[in-house]
Design a protein around this ligand. Structure first.
Ligand code: ATP
Ligand code: MG
Length: 574
């Protein structure tokens, strides 16, 4: 491809709304163009990178036995009503009405459509298992579209769905997909971790996310360097915390006593005021849920993991309660809640490590007062509902071994999930077994963000001058630049090299533009072609051209006649 005939326009300007480097560089390198918030045109060079990723995805999934189809973007409301998601999906779902006043949505995901498809065609256990996938445009009306293709509203996703008679069959396909995803991200040259992910109310450890390591990632992940345990912090576990140390000579807890703490509400302030370490204080947070008010208690030195809490309660919605509700439940303004003497209709759930405390400090459910030397069994009526509510962080103990957890940030590029019979049951997607009995199929689903993965590759592969594409995702692998194409010698040599490279099957882009050498070098760095071959009058006079890798930019003069062979060799090291 000749640059003079191609649609690739670079810019030095950093777009004002581009917070992360991949977004900045994709715009500057002429890969994408914003049309509206979270909605982009994939310009030709960007589209080539996306297509290269899609080819890798198809290669690995086809090899693993998955079968490609393509489902519509616009989906009838009836299917979503059947699954029950029409009501619960919320504002991310873009709802549409057609000229006959029929309701539709622009698909954010395709469980409903695929389940409807399969239930029409598949009746018998003999037809299962099945594993279907598509690469298709989704729309999610994200509250904060940002970071370019990383969190768009309209975006390309590979989504796959599998159907099974039993758990063993689902496990086998799930494992095959996990391995295929590994191969896909390895093929892209990405540094990633496979981590355990939250499965919501379904439970179990049957969901994994693929996290590309990047400081700009929106997900927090913990990892044990000893045993390799890795999990999204939404789901991460740790061993129960070691009990707080008691001061030397400190007596066992005595009678419960109320102390005045005028205007002192936060844990650090209470700790300072009363002279207790925060790990001897408990924090009581009141949440509004569809089941009513809930009081969650954690140790004062720790935070509540709201996803664990929602799963434990079995609720969909969880928000911190407003002041009125706090007053109604505790009889006090916010900041003085505690587990002793809460209103009877408030469900109390206590994190394991807080429940293990002996003689602790908590709010007194009275304005400007706290309680000291509180004892769960003595002071709180009834059986304590305890669970793991802890937000795990760096330095916590690994739940699997003696190691210590580290924290890193990641970009979630893939997510696989065992769905069980959630959709097949709701939508009567059944098979008949050998005895002639009907059962709902078991399902798995497998998502991979196409644009997000390409953006993640740039987050990991760039320098001050631009993108440093890993070869598999580069829009073109080789840049051939003629520094002065009007010079007849240079023009002839460059044309000949271009022809030869194409003949030898190289993925070559020819900068034949009438631009200054400085512009050409800057553009080449910005767009990030892995291998560069430069034809200039000075070296050509000595029968040489200059070869370099984008990664280190070390220039090597090579004889014109050997140049093509050397390019092909170098590509293998790019
Ligand atoms: P997130 O937590 O980042 O919103 P999600 O859990 O909603 O992601 P899934 O529903 O599992 O994502 O979608 C599968 C994959 O689709 C994700 O792993 C990600 O790569 C991609 N993806 C999801 N939302 C977006 C988006 N708004 N823009 C680009 N890619 C996305
Ligand atoms: Mg999402």
């Amino acid at each position: 491809m000749r640059w003079s005939r191609y649609y690739l326009f670079t810019t030095r300007e950093v777009p004002a709304d581009a917070e992360v480097i991949s977004h900045q560089l994709m715009v500057r390198a002429g890969a994408i163009r914003k049309v509206a918030a979270g909605i982009y045109t994939y310009l030709p060079a960007g589209w080539r990178s996306l297509q290269k990723l899609m080819a890798i995805v198809r290669r690995e999934l086809d090899a693993a036995g998955a079968v490609e189809l393509s489902m519509p973007a616009v989906q009838p409301a009836e299917l979503w009503q059947e699954s029950g998601r029409w009501q619960v999906y919320g504002k991310e779902l873009l709802r549409l009405t057609d000229r006959h006043e029929r309701e539709f949505c622009f698909g954010p995901t395709h469980e409903e459509v695929i389940t409807d498809t399969v239930r029409r065609d598949v009746k018998s256990y003999r037809q299962l298992p099945l594993n279907l996938y598509q690469i298709q445009t989704k729309f999610r009306d994200e509250i904060r579209p940002r970071f370019g293709l990383m969190r768009g509203r309209e975006f390309l996703m590979k989504d796959g769905y599998s159907f099974h008679v039993d758990a063993a069959s689902l496990d086998a396909t799930y494992d095959a997909m996990l391995a295929a995803y590994r191969r896909i991200f390895e093929s892209c040259g990405l540094d990633f971790n496979v981590v355990e992910a939250d499965t919501g109310a379904i439970g179990g450890s049957s969901s994994h996310e693929f996290m590309v390591v990047a400081d700009t990632g929106e997900s927090a992940v913990v990892r044990c360097p000893e045993c390799g345990y890795a999990a999204n912090v939404e789901k991460a576990e740790t061993r129960p915390l070691p009990p707080p140390e008691r001061g030397a000579g400190e007596a066992a807890p005595g009678e419960r006593r109320e102390v005045a703490t005028p205007g002192v509400t936060s844990v650090p302030d209470v700790a300072k005021f009363l002279g207790f370490a925060p790990d001897r204080i408990v924090k009581t947070l009141l949440y509004d849920t569809e089941q009513g008010l809930v009081a969650a208690v954690v140790r004062g030195d720790r935070e509540v993991n709201e996803i664990k809490l929602a799963n434990l309660l079995g609720v969909q919605h969880l928000t911190l309660a407003g002041e009125d509700k706090v007053r109604a439940a505790t009889g006090a303004p916010p900041g003085f809640a505690g587990p002793v003497g809460l209103a009877g209709d408030v469900r109390l759930v206590v994190d394991r490590s807080a429940a293990d405390l002996v003689g602790f400090v908590c709010g007194a459910n009275r304005a400007d007062a706290h309680l000291c030397d509180v004892d769960w069994s003595r002071d709180v009526a009834g059986e304590l509902e305890r669970g793991d509510l802890l937000l795990v962080g760096a330095g916590d103990a690994c739940p699997r071994c003696e190691g210590t957890l580290e924290l890193f940030r990641g970009i979630e590029t893939g997510h696989i999930f065992k769905l069980g019979t959630k959709y097949s049951q709701a939508m009567a997607c059944n098979y008949t077994d050998e005895q002639g009995e009907d059962h709902p199929m078991r399902m798995g689903c497998y998502g991979l963000g196409i644009g997000r993965t390409v953006a993640a590759a740039i987050e990991q592969n760039h320098d001050a001058d631009g993108i440093v594409w890993p070869r598999p995702l580069a829009p073109f692998e080789v840049l051939l630049a003629a520094l002065n194409p009007d010079d007849p010698e240079v023009g002839r040599a460059a044309e000949r090299l271009y022809g030869e490279l194409r003949e030898r099957g190289a993925d070559v882009f020819y900068d034949d533009r009438d631009e200054r050498p400085g512009v050409k070098f800057k553009d080449a760095d910005l767009v990030g072609f892995p291998v560069r071959l430069v034809v200039g009058a000075r070296s050509l006079a000595e029968g040489k051209v200059e070869l370099s890798l984008r990664r280190d930019r070390e220039k090597v003069p090579v004889a014109v006649d050997e140049a093509v062979g050397r390019v092909l060799e170098l590509l293998d090291r790019a």
